[in-house]
Design a protein around this ligand. Sequence first.
Ligand SMILES: [Zn+2]
Length: 266
Amino acid sequence: MAVEPGRGNAPAHYTLRAGTQRLDLNACLGRPLRLSWSGAIACTHCGRATRKSFGQGYCYPCFKRLAQCDTCIVKPELCHYYEGTCREPEWGERHCFQPHVVYLANASGLKVGITRATQVPTRWLDQGAVQALPVLAVESRQQAGFVEVLFKETVSDRTNWRAMLKGEVAPLDLAAERDRLLARLDSGLANLRERFGHEAIRILDERAVSLAYPVLEYPRKIVSHNFDKHPEVSGMLHGVKGQYLILDSGVINLRKFTGYEVEVAA
Ligand SMILES: [Zn+2]
């Protein structure tokens, strides 16, 4: 599923990609949608058939071999490039040794997150955030990880996806939260600057952005569809938020089923 931010206050725009098909999901709101999984899964990296999907879309050999499937991607503070053990040093140089942003977002309450600078605002839309504010710019993924670890002493890095999908999200003053947190983490950030250089970790002066989603109606109760249990998923499309389709019959996290061969009928 591809997402583009809406212009102005317009909701984000979602396109479902299944094989060569492209389906404009915003145009399908309020209409029936049926997804049928054939039972086949193809690794998103090498294309080989796999009976089970590892790490959201990979075959087992790729999952064990690729740097993007390593634990240090989820916990960048564990980056081991300098130990000479990066699974794919060249990939690491392209993806991890790039400017990253540490941000605050509101998807189901206040959370901290990190992303490559080029992934803003896609990353926020992927999380179903309704507000986001870039707080710090850093030089690498590992530095972003260290900063995030500091923030995690007081702020969660998780989203309560059920609350996110129910649309029960109270607006926050992210700028005030930023100021409060930066004051509190001042000495921790100073320590990181000692280590990485004064220019490495910069406080940004940006404004919070609001993000809207194409949702006609939020579910009151969350029921999840799962292709592994029922290969047929159908219902009236009530909305799209984060990586989820919201159908009147339940929700489905499409990211979880990356690589699944699915036929779509709208
Ligand atoms: Zn593979």
